[in-house]
Design a protein around this ligand. Structure first.
Ligand code: MRU
Length: 367
């Protein structure tokens, strides 16, 4: 009997739930100990949830920002805002949301889509309540499209492997980090469903433990076999032949393929190269940033050093210790074997393909 559970969208989609007036988010900072939710009613509350990683992962924060702007459009219409106040109010909210985390491009990608759509509607003299209602729909479409994109990424990524494989992954790139299903974890889910996965090595992902708290939680829920390792164990796992490929997600991919992802990703890419192991990046096209020529131009979020000097809230260094805490690093394109998007697998050199597939989708012009 095949005991590989099918992915259940109803179980996964609960981490981001919108109804006009409220965005309910699974508070990822409380996992795995507690399943608790935050209810955001304003864009500022959503920005707070993003900045504090209650919702995190590049596609997921883009989706949350889209819902936050829809929430705000309703607030503005409830207050009988003028067209000028509506426009400037949405812009202010978009700027605040985009500033909540600087590295993942999905935030500005989603926020700017909603702003452009609202502008197009205003140009057609659509009423403000109608625009607010259609922003709900657009945000829901962005959410649904991301789940669909992840499923395609899963299929294309799984197609890269013929035999049974053991995969190493870093950070969390699953349901929680996306609209649902996941990018790198989507490929892992597809491999499992197709009987091509022997197991997953999960980096714990210091300092905030997205691997051990979130990825292990998702894999365990789905019954996918995994082995949790501290980040400094990856090299030795590769050396003894335990890893067939590394698959990671991305927060922003520059035009040349240089990829920003969770701190520690670059080290894994170097290790994979040293051991002759494929290093695969999985991301939807909303994570591509063709406006940047290379990774040098990607802004890396610097987080509170206290996240490094403590472990799960307990001091792990002497009082007054100096620490550095970049949240992401840049993996040069030269170390990346392929980039799996919902349009297929991009191969080096990446520039032409990234420019082609990152072209904006056609704008919706009518509600
Ligand atoms: O700081 P985080 O937890 O938001 O970092 C997340 C990552 O780096 C993920 O790998 C990336 O966003 C891809 S999620 C599909």
């Amino acid at each position: 009997m095949n005991d590989r559970k099918k992915f259940s969208p109803s179980a996964s989609s609960r981490h981001i739930e919108y109804r006009p007036g409220i965005l309910r988010l699974l508070d990822q900072t409380r996992l795995p100990a507690e399943t608790a939710f935050v209810e955001a009613r304003t864009w500022q509350e959503v920005a707070e949830a993003i900045a504090h990683l209650r919702v995190r992962g590049a596609p997921a924060i883009g989706i949350a920002a889209a819902y936050a702007l829809a929430l705000h459009a309703h607030h503005l219409t409830d207050q009988n805002a003028s067209t000028a106040t509506f426009t400037s109010g949405l812009r202010t909210a978009a700027d605040g949301l985009i500033a909540s985390r600087p590295t993942a491009v999905n935030l500005s990608w989603a926020a700017n889509r909603l702003l452009r759509y609202a502008q197009a509607q205003l140009a057609q003299n659509t009423t403000l309540p109608e625009i607010a209602a259609s922003l709900d729909t657009l945000a829901q479409e962005i959410h649904a499209d991301d789940i669909e994109a992840c499923r395609s990424i899963g299929r294309y990524g799984s197609g890269l492997f013929d035999a049974q494989v053991s995969i190493l992954t870093h950070c969390n790139t699953g349901d929680l980090a996306t609209g649902g299903y996941g990018t790198a974890l989507g490929i892992i889910r597809s491999l499992w469903q197709e009987g091509k996965l022997t197991g997953v090595y999960v980096d714990e992902t210091r300092p905030l433990l997205q691997g051990s708290r979130l990825t292990a939680w998702e894999l365990q829920r789905d019954g996918i076999p995994y082995t949790l390792i501290a980040d400094n164990m990856a090299a030795s796992c590769m050396q003894r032949g335990a890893i067939d490929a590394v698959i990671v997600g991305a927060d922003r991919i520059a035009r040349n393929g240089d990829t920003a992802n969770k701190i520690g990703t670059y080290g894994l890419a170097v290790l994979a190269r040293a051991h002759g192991i494929p290093f695969i990046v999985a991301a939807p096209c909303s994570t591509l940033d063709a406006s940047l020529a290379s990774g040098d131009q990607i802004v890396i979020e610097q987080r509170n050093p206290a996240e490094v000097t403590s472990f799960a809230g307990v001091a792990a260094a002497p009082d007054g210790a100096t620490a550095s805490n970049p949240a992401f690093d840049i993996t040069p394109a030269a170390f990346i074997t392929g980039i799996v998007t919902e349009t297929g697998v991009l191969r080096p050199p990446y520039e032409t393909d990234i420019q082609r597939v990152s072209a904006q989708p056609p704008e919706r012009v009518a509600p």
